[in-house]
Design a protein around this ligand. Structure first.
Ligand SMILES: Cc1ncc(COP(=O)(O)O)c(C=O)c1O
Length: 469
């Protein structure tokens, strides 16, 4: 019989794996140790629908409104919305709520696919902000306030500004300066804080949250780093620049009409933890200690390069063993053999995502594995650094978005205009969007990813992509 989730998931759990990937809770232990074990045991009985007393996600008056109020207090928002279709739906709803068809939107080119999808759904015209390149690492860094100002001045008719902070590697932008510049020009700033739901709570030594920085709408994947479950997120509206009724209308259009009560319950558990000072202090204390342990141990491992930067959210552990002759994929494979699973590989860098459920034991296993891998690499294996940088640093040439589309084998697409989206997943940042010109370099890169078994959304199993006719 072929494998399905029925056997894959228990087999994976039996490996006693260590998760350096989403979600942030890292398994049932977190809930059990905080006293939520009993409700977890009854989870299937909590899978209900909108019966009397259970409120309605799209007309909140009762128990769901109560959870929204908790998040409003936690993040200091005007209003907080619970999302059951991830940050993706919040980003799309937020953008559609601040724009009308044909509007320009100033957005980061390294945005998540949901933001590009909002452009397609809303008939919007993206104007791209290109992030800085992080010195010495060849990966994308933050977005400079000067770049945002420049594009706003060149495009005074743009509807809003959208950017990620932190980005996938954990690099944050100066949201305070960007928000000030947006507001001076009467523009709404939407921050994709999918990777930084914890920044409002983690305290010293970490970049400021976008809520504190003055953004108008901030979308947080509480499932990525905090204690709610996969697919849950929170959208915080921080100012009066956006009409709440329009946001609510867009959310009810875009989200499932059968929101999962277990998922909303997990958002309540997460809020309950964050509002309880003792629980919050304990979990954040352990998490920060584990993270600090990683950075001090990593410095002692020969051949391991890590990223440290004042704008880095240090909970993302970026590791590079290119100096030992290992590509990111090779290093990931060696960690997988030791039961350690990471979130992202780009070039030589692998990113381990820690979360509120990360413990010192998890980090100890990672550090031990890295030490072993470093010491097993014989000097003759290390013919020097294998240099690979982030392909996303390229700037694709743009043409009008094709009206008519056809499927063509990727090998025959050099010079053609992309009519769909080509998206390696993770990180979910489109390599090519509709209207971008396909180059031989990109074709080779996509083929390389596919040959390594990476998922590339937008390329069919027959190797075709959508291009303009
Ligand atoms: C930068 C960024 N923004 C938004 C999202 C979407 O978040 P979600 O998976 O909660 O829909 C992701 C997902 O990985 C992401 O990496």
């Amino acid at each position: 019989m072929k494998k399905s989730l029925l056997n894959f998931l228990p087999e994976h759990a039996a490996l006693n794996p260590v998760s350096f990937h989403m979600p942030g809770h890292k398994g049932s232990q977190l809930y059990k140790k905080l006293g939520y074990g009993e409700i977890l045991d009854k989870l299937m009985d909590c899978d209900i629908t909108e019966i009397p007393g259970a409120d309605n996600l799209f007309q909140t008056e009762d128990v769901i409104l109560e959870i929204m109020e908790k998040y409003k207090k936690l993040y200091g928002s005007k209003k907080s919305y619970l999302l059951v279709n991830g940050s993706s739906v919040g980003l799309i709803a937020g953008i559609l709520s601040c724009t009308k068809r044909g509007d320009k939107v100033i957005m980061a080119r390294n945005s998540h696919k949901s933001i590009f999808n909002a452009m397609r759904l809303g008939g919007l015209d993206p104007v791209y902000l290109f992030p800085e390149i992080l010195e010495g690492h060849g990966i994308l860094g933050g977005i400079s306030p000067e770049e945002v100002k420049k594009l706003m001045d060149e495009n005074p008719d743009a509807g809003c500004v959208v950017l990620p902070s932190p980005n996938y590697y954990g690099i944050c932008s100066d949201i305070r300066a960007i928000a000030e510049a947006c507001h001076e020009r009467n523009k709404v700033l939407i921050v994709d804080q999918a990777h930084g739901a914890h920044l409002r709570f983690i305290g010293e030594g970490y970049p400021m949250s976008a809520e504190e920085g003055g953004a108008d709408i901030v979308i947080n994947s509480t499932h990525k780093t905090l204690a709610s479950w996969t697919q849950t997120a929170v959208m915080n509206v921080m100012s009066d620049r956006v009409d709440l009724n329009v946001i609510e209308d867009n959310l009810q259009i875009l989200e499932s009409s059968s929101p999962s009560y277990p998922l909303m319950l997990s958002l309540d558990i997460n809020a309950d933890i964050l509002l309880d000072e003792a629980k919050k202090e304990k979990l954040f204390g352990e998490w920060k200690e584990a993270v600090d342990m990683f950075y001090s141990a990593a410095g002692q491992i020969p051949g391991l390069k890590i990223i440290e930067d004042p704008m880095l959210d240090r909970t993302k552990l970026n590791m590079d063993m290119g100096y030992l002759g290992l590509t990111g994929n090779e290093l990931e494979g060696l960690l997988n053999e030791r039961g350690i699973f990471v979130e992202l590989v780009t070039g030589n860098i692998i990113m381990g995502m820690t979360g509120i459920g990360t413990t010192k034991e998890h980090v100890e296993r990672l550090v031990t594995a890295l030490r072993d891998i470093a010491s097993e690499r014989r000097t003759e294996d290390c013919a020097g650094a294998k240099e690979q940088s982030d392909i996303l640093t390229f700037k694709p040439e743009r043409a009008p978005v094709p009206e008519e589309k056809e499927s063509v084998l990727i090998d025959d697409c050099a010079g053609r205009v992309c009519a769909g989206s080509i998206i390696p997943y993770p990180p979910g940042i489109p390599l090519l969007c509709p209207g971008e010109v396909i180059t031989k370099e990109l074709i080779d890169y996509v083929k390389k990813l596919r040959s390594m078994g990476e998922k590339v959304i937008g390329v069919s199993s027959a190797g075709e992509i959508l291009v303009g006719k």
